[in-house]
Ligand binder design. Sequence first.
Ligand SMILES: NC(=O)c1ccc[n+]([C@@H]2O[C@H](COP(=O)([O-])OP(=O)(O)OC[C@H]3O[C@@H](n4cnc5c(N)ncnc54)[C@H](O)[C@@H]3O)[C@@H](O)[C@H]2O)c1
Length: 257
Amino acid sequence: MRLSNKVALITGSGSGMGRASAILFAHEGAKVSVVDINDKTGQETVNLVKGKGGEAIFIRADVSKATDVENMIKKTVDTYGKLDILFNNAGIPMSFTPIEEVEEDLWDRTFAINVKSIFLACKYAVPIMKKQGGGIIINTASIIGVRPRPGLNAYLASKGAAIQLTKGLAIELAPHKIRVNCINPVATDTPMFPYFIDDSGAKDAKYEAARERFIAGIPLGRLAKAEAGAYAALFFASDESSFITGVGLDVDGGRAI
Ligand SMILES: NC(=O)c1ccc[n+]([C@@H]2O[C@H](COP(=O)([O-])OP(=O)(O)OC[C@H]3O[C@@H](n4cnc5c(N)ncnc54)[C@H](O)[C@@H]3O)[C@@H](O)[C@H]2O)c1
C-alpha cells in the first residue's frame, strides 16, 4: 500500500474528486478526515470508505472560515495523532458570465473558497507539519488557471492564484521538508461540471451543446473522470513523488498543449 500509516485530510470530499480521493487514499492505507460543508454527503463518503474496509471520520467545515479550518486540523490531530497529507480540494465553480455582469459578491466568494481556504489550511497545518519534520500539501487548481476560457474570470483567476500560491508555499516550506504541489484538472464529470454552464445545473439542450464545446477542446476527446484527479493526487501524496515540489500536474487530456 502506498499510504500505509499516513493521515490525510481532504476538503470537499463529500463529492467528486475529493470523494474519489478519500476512497483511493483509504484503499492505499491512509486514515482520512473527510471534510465538507455538506454533512450528508460527507458522512456518505465516510460510509463508502468504511464499507470498503477503510478508516475515516467526517468533519464539517466551511473552508473559507478560520475557526472551522482551525477545528478541522485540530480534530484530525486529536483523532489520529498527526497530519501527514493536507489536500485542499474544496472549490466552487461559476457559470459563464461576461466580466461586466460579474457580481462583486461572486468574485469575493470564489476567492474565499478557492484561494483563501488554502492560506487558512496552511496557517493551521504548517506548524504541525514543521513540528513533525515534514508533510505533504496538495491543492486542486485547474487547467483553466493555465489556459483560460472566456466568461469564467473569477474562477480562472482564483485557480491561477492557487497555482502560484502552490509554488510560493513550496519554496517557503522546502527547508522544512514540506512538499507542496497542485493538480490542474480539465473539465471533469462530477456534480460540479453542469454549474460551469448554468447556475441551475440543469442538464438540458444548452448543457449538452456546451458540454460538446468543452470536449472539442480536449485532445483526448472526453471529460475527465473524478478518479483521474484522485490518482494524480495519490502520486503527490506518496513517496513516489518525494523529490517533486512546486509542480502543477495537468490532468487535462492534452488541453494545455
Ligand atoms: N469538475 C470540474 O470540471 C473541475 C475542473 C477543474 C478543477 N476542478 C476543481 O476540483 C475541485 C473539486 O471539484 P469537483 O469537480 O469534485 O466538485 P464537486 O462539486 O463534486 O465537489 C466539491 C465539494 O466541495 C464542497 N465545498 C464547496 N464549498 C465548500 C466550503 N466552503 N467548505 C467546505 N467544502 C465545500 C462541496 O460541498 C462538494 O462536496 C474544486 O476545487 C474544483 O474547482 C473541478
